[in-house]
Design a protein around this ligand. Sequence first.
Ligand SMILES: [Zn+2]
Length: 158
Amino acid sequence: MLPKPGTYALILLSRPEEDIQVGRLGRLQIKPGFYVYVGSAFGPGGIKARISHHMNISNHPRWHIDYLRAVTCLHGIWYTYDSVRREHQWAEIFAHSRKASTPLGGFGSSDCSCKSHLTYYYSHPSLKSFSRKIHTRYNDHETVHMNKIFGSAKTHEK
Ligand SMILES: [Zn+2]
């Protein structure tokens, strides 16, 4: 992963948990399955710096995702170095996916008009299907890459 700006999606694997408090946004009931969170990194260090933030558990959660990340495993990352900020387009595609649901409105979308930047899938979402949708709708969209994480990302020990 490079220190270049871009857009990414975290694929988080969850186990049944109690509900968690997400800052001042509200409570989220954690279901077993996959949570997909969309963000973008256009600041210093780009995608690389942002992903290393998400690899670890924040002791001082700042973003909504930090609360969810603390109770899930980081399973994979989809990302693009597209110079256009694609996060809202991605969030919309995920939200309208037939297999997805939106567990908490406003998650990660306090500063935009998206319903949510978080979606829930019972089974692993398909990059192939996502990629096809995004390139069909936005034909100038750069390639979407995938990084799989094999148990290296930290999760909370209980
Ligand atoms: Zn948005």
